[in-house]
Design a protein around this ligand. Structure first.
Ligand SMILES: *Cc1c(COP(=O)(O)O)cnc(C)c1O
Length: 372
């Protein structure tokens, strides 16, 4: 039997922790000694720093990115009978969060850059529409000016799904500071990751912030008094302590992701591939670096044979999931998304990749196209 060792993994979280392990362990020890596990000082410190990073007045930790979206919509009174528009090519939680608060997810197709097409969003608006969720997919900011203008014109809320885009900017301003709320995930696979689940909501709206502080904590206005039935969705103090260590590394990690992206783009630009393109007003953080080719399946298999792991984000669009059946969508409804589904391939792009690994991936892709 021939065994092929993986020389370039898609991600190696162990490596991310290698250089900061001593600091992380120290921060965990502090929490263990303090016994403060829920809504403690480290969480407050993290929230303060995160608000600075996102350029908002407020940030609050929640249990995960899906809850960040879900609780935001609940806070805006979105529920049964309402419609919320989002992208069908996103991670499914952009839509499930709408459905689980009782509203109907409505999809609009995307542009070449995987983000919502504002013209199609406007077409999807009905008299039931309450909000638009802009997803900054791949870590590239969605066309926020256009989407904000549409939201304003139709008196809708714009929410930002920033799960893949921590640190990204649009015309120099951080994502998460444009919408009524910005919703971030701290899942281990995201650019800023807890050692477990976590999420953050950012907002400039004091009323919404104050409501969410209560809503994430059983509806408790103080230790004993509950003003409305709500959820238990908090960010652990232990996770916050770890995140406070990692926050110091984030801009370095982001710069390295962007550097790797430009290495790929330079090395692959003359091939028969569609590559990500940075527009001057966008600072993308490359949660994923996605290339597009009709030979995707062959290329993926070839790269696997070279010890290079790649992924597909995502192999089945949300509107074609079994869970979405009752929404009544069909194959063919979102041609750009569906075409991309068949051609997209995510290359490894995590900060700890070496230049040798990046060059090896590029060279392997070049070799594939020479032979195919
Ligand atoms: C990961 C992700 C989410 C969900 O975040 P969780 O923390 O896993 O709940 C939502 N939207 C997008 C675009 C994501 O990538």
């Amino acid at each position: 039997m021939i065994t092929q060792t993986v020389t370039v993994p898609y991600l190696n979280l162990g490596l991310q922790h290698k250089n900061i392990k001593a600091d992380i362990l120290r921060s965990i020890e502090t929490i263990l000694d303090s016994g403060q596990f829920i809504l403690g000082e480290e969480t407050q410190k993290f929230e303060k720093q995160f608000a600075e990073l996102a350029g908002t007045k407020y940030a609050l930790g929640v249990a995960n990115g899906t809850d960040a979206l879900f609780l935001s919509m609940l806070a805006l009174g979105i529920g049964k009978g309402d419609e919320v528009i989002t992208a069908p090519n996103s991670f499914l939680a952009s839509a499930s969060s709408i459905a689980i608060c009782g509203a109907k997810p409505v999809f609009a197709d995307v542009r070449d850059d995987f983000n919502l097409d504002p013209a199609l969003v406007e077409k999807a608006i009905t008299n039931k529409t309450k909000a638009i969720i802009a997803v900054h997919l791949t870590g590239r900011p969605a066309p926020l000016n256009e989407l904000l203008a549409i939201a304003k014109k139709h008196n809708l809320h714009l929410l930002e799904d920033c799960a893949q885009a921590v640190g990204a900017t649009y015309h120099g301003k951080p994502v998460g500071s444009f919408g009524t709320t910005g919703c971030f995930s701290l899942h281990p696979l995201k650019n800023l990751a807890a050692c477990g689940d976590g999420g953050v909501i950012t907002t400039n709206d004091e009323k919404i912030y104050k409501h969410l502080l209560v809503a994430r904590n059983h509806g408790l206005v103080n230790r004993d008094e509950c003003s409305f039935w709500s959820y238990n969705s908090r960010l652990d103090n232990l996770q916050s302590a770890i995140l406070n260590v990692k926050l110091k590394e984030l801009s370095k990690w982001t710069n390295r992701r962007r550097e790797i992206a430009s290495m790929y783009s330079n090395a692959l630009q003359d091939l028969d591939l569609i590559l990500p393109i940075d527009k001057p007003h966008e600072k993308a953080v490359y949660h994923t670096y996605i290339i597009q080719t009709k030979k995707r399946d062959l290329l993926k298999e070839y790269l696997a044979g070279q010890g290079i792991d790649t992924k597909i984000h995502y192999p089945l669009p949300i509107h074609l999931q079994d869970a979405a059946k009752e929404l009544g969508y069909r194959k063919g409804d979102f041609p750009v998304t569906e075409k991309q589904t068949d051609t997209i391939l995510s290359l490894p792009v995590f900060a700890e990749l070496t230049n040798e690994q990046v060059n090896y991936v590029s060279a392997s892709i070049r070799n594939f196209f020479k032979a195919n």
